[in-house]
Design a protein around this ligand. Structure first.
Ligand code: PDD
Length: 276
């Protein structure tokens, strides 16, 4: 089990065993935690979600959540990280390659490192575009697993179209985006897909729902269609470190007025005040 410090990341080729189950099967889980001014944001929520992902996959964590948290705090301090992310993953360990779980005594392999990332200057204010992509993932998207190939394919489609995100839909229903959750605003109220097995229940998503309570904004955790997405007054996506990005165009369609919306702006302000 390794905590990687800044200067060790370069040696990463030495750290993956060919028979690490994360490497061979994607058999593992991960978290990405934002760090602002040296402080991890919503660390407890991320670690609770890690514990849930572990339970759902019957993957025993190598240490208690509070021990893992302490290690991550030490890592941030040792690296002097001010702005960026902590990446942490836990795989089911290293064992001869058979699909079934290895011997229960096989220790999980836990790796964490930090990455400096400048604060996105004004994309929250400027907004960006998105594309649509069919959601071809499995039916346990609520677990934050290392299996991200459909997400990778969708994000690549976005990048090839100069977009920040690919908004995913299963048939008519919008689920989430390749690496973020999706909200729409219609007639002053917000809608986002319910937190079930079709989406990852984002920590940023949950915080936005809380903040909306304080802002007296109504949020419906209800699914909506692609048509409703394209005809929304405002659309935004949310995720760790990316925070909140207003979506002004989806494919060829302009959303609302084509400018970042007023309600999105209020939520961006409220979210920023968590760390500014
Ligand atoms: N992804 N949905 C998906 C599919 C995601 O991968 C993510 C985050 C989210 C937003 O979750 P949160 O608000 O807890 O970050 C929703 C991370 C950032 C990643 O894979 O890099």
């Amino acid at each position: 089990n390794k905590i990687l410090y800044k200067d060790q990341i370069m040696e990463r080729t030495n750290i993956v065993d060919i028979e690490d189950r994360g490497y061979q099967f994607g058999d593992g889980i991960y978290e990405v935690i934002g760090v602002y001014d040296g402080e991890p944001l919503m660390m407890d929520e991320h670690m609770e979600r890690l514990a849930r992902s572990a339970r759902e996959l019957k993957l025993p964590l190598p240490a208690s959540i509070s021990e893992l948290k302490n290690k991550l705090m030490q890592l941030v301090e040792a690296n002097g990280l001010e702005e960026g992310i902590i990446y942490m993953q836990v795989s089911r360990g290293t064992a001869p390659r058979f699909h079934e779980f290895p011997d229960p005594k096989t220790p999980a392999v836990t790796i964490a490192y930090t990455r400096e990332e400048a604060r996105e200057s004004d994309v929250e204010v400027r907004g960006a575009s998105a594309v649509l992509a069919e959601d071809i993932r499995w039916l346990r998207c609520d677990i934050k697993t290392l299996n991200l190939l459909p997400n990778v394919m969708a994000k690549q489609k976005a990048v090839e179209n100069n977009a920040v995100e690919a908004i995913l839909h299963r048939g008519d229903i919008v689920t989430e985006a390749s690496a973020s959750n999706v909200f729409i605003v219609k007639d002053g109220e917000l809608y986002t897909h319910p937190a079930n097995h079709y989406i990852l229940n984002g920590i940023t998503r949950r915080k936005i729902i809380d903040l909306c309570g304080a802002l007296h904004l109504t949020v419906h955790e209800e699914s909506f269609t692609v048509d409703e997405l394209l005809n929304a007054d405002e659309v935004f996506v949310s995720a760790t470190k990316l925070d909140i990005i207003p979506i002004l165009k989806i494919g060829g369609d302009t959303i609302g007025s084509g400018d970042p919306g007023e309600i999105t702006g209020k939520i961006v302000q409220a979210f920023r005040s968590l760390y500014k």
